[in-house]
Design a protein around this ligand. Structure first.
Ligand code: ZN
Length: 362
């Protein structure tokens, strides 16, 4: 689904609103209308939700800018109905860095809450009479708006600090543990605690709040994926591209016909191909491009190849390639030794290598 809204970039980071987010806005508006709420009430609540999500974006920017400080780029920040998500190129393995990048998010909400605290009339905090307080909160005034926003930011801090890996609190827990014990163990502990909390979220969610069900699923899937990644990276440590690369690959010339590559695709198991001319890598033909252009038999390889590609040196750490396969759109790379093509590496054979190494480990 490509109905996501791109809001533009801040400091090179794309801000994207996921299409499901608009369902949330419609849902809130409809609920308010259903309850016989005035136009004023609908506007108040929708504006409040939008402001909350501005706070969420600022929270994510806190992570992203701290990550940038440590040389880690953030591709995009996505707004989902259940919250924001900053897509970092990688998670730093140095515990202190992960700790600071993670804590930077909730700290942004602490600062917002502090600012709001001084903007809100003291009476909101000192009012002893609950009926009186509820009455003033019912009025759609700027003060009550700021008060709600204050509560939400305090809530965001508390909620994010729940140690349910990969939520912020869980990451903080993992990074603190990783200062004392090895990272694989630290992650396993954080993941177990996270999945336990996810089960509780799921139960509460099924009874009271569907959003918690989504959050529980997010924690479950996220925790599983990252646990696996940390384990894989540990397996690959110390191994070089040379150990795992494909050496028997079919190469093409820029002037070969698309039909040649289609034939190779059908008759063999390779999916992506390196294009060379005079021993020099000129481009990569990716599987998707071959399929997309397969109807036009007059095309040449040079018409469909991608010439902005990353070359991998044979002595590169496999860990680095693993990270690349997860951060780059395409995960097939030509491997060179002194600028001469010697093979290729892709996610499939990397995964195969991981399986073989894991077998040796146990
Ligand atoms: Zn966060």
């Amino acid at each position: 689904m490509k109905a996501n809204l791109n809001l533009g970039s801040i400091s090179g980071i794309k801000i994207i609103i996921h299409w499901t987010f608009f369902l949330l806005i419609i849902w809130i508006a409809l609920q308010e209308i259903n309850q016989g709420g005035s136009t004023e009430a609908v506007l108040f609540n929708v504006t409040l939700i939008l402001s909350v999500f501005v706070c969420v974006v600022l929270h994510e920017l806190g992570h992203a800018l701290m990550a940038k400080h440590y040389g880690v780029q953030t591709k995009k920040i996505t707004l989902l109905p259940i919250g924001g998500m900053a897509s970092l190129d990688k998670i730093p393995e140095v515990p202190k860095q992960e700790f600071l990048i993670t804590i930077a998010g909730p700290l942004v909400n602490v600062v917002i809450a502090l600012v709001l605290y001084f903007l809100i009339p003291v009476s909101y905090f000192t009012e002893q009479n609950i009926t009186e307080l509820l009455y003033s909160l019912k009025k759609f005034s700027l003060q009550s708006f700021l008060f709600y926003l204050f509560i939400v930011n305090v809530g965001l801090v508390l909620f994010n600090l729940i140690p349910a890996f990969p939520m912020d609190g869980g990451r903080i827990l993992r990074s603190l543990l990783a200062m004392k014990i090895n990272r694989v163990k630290a992650t396993q502990i954080a993941v177990s605690i996270g999945q336990f909390i996810a089960v509780i979220f799921l139960l509460i969610g099924l009874l009271y709040n569907p959003f918690l069900v989504f959050i529980a699923l997010f924690i479950f899937i996220g925790a599983y994926g990252e646990n696996q990644m940390v384990h894989h990276l540990a397996i690959l440590k110390g191994h070089k591209v040379e150990d795992a690369m494909l050496t028997q690959i079919t190469k093409f010339n820029p002037n070969d016909s698309i039909q040649d590559v289609i034939m190779t695709l059908i008759t063999g198991t390779e999916n992506d191909f390196v294009v060379i001319e005079n021993e020099e890598v000129k481009g990569i033909v990716y599987h998707d491009e071959i399929i997309k252009n397969s109807q036009d038999k007059s095309l040449l390889i040079k018409d469909i190849m991608n010439s902005s590609f990353k070359l991998i040196d044979i002595n590169t750490d496999l860990k680095k390639v693993y990270e690349l396969t997860h951060s780059e759109k395409n995960n097939f790379f030509a491997v060179v030794d002194n600028n001469k093509l010697v093979g290729a590496i892709d996610l499939n054979n990397l995964n195969e290598y991981i399986l073989l190494q894991a077998k040796l480990e146990y």
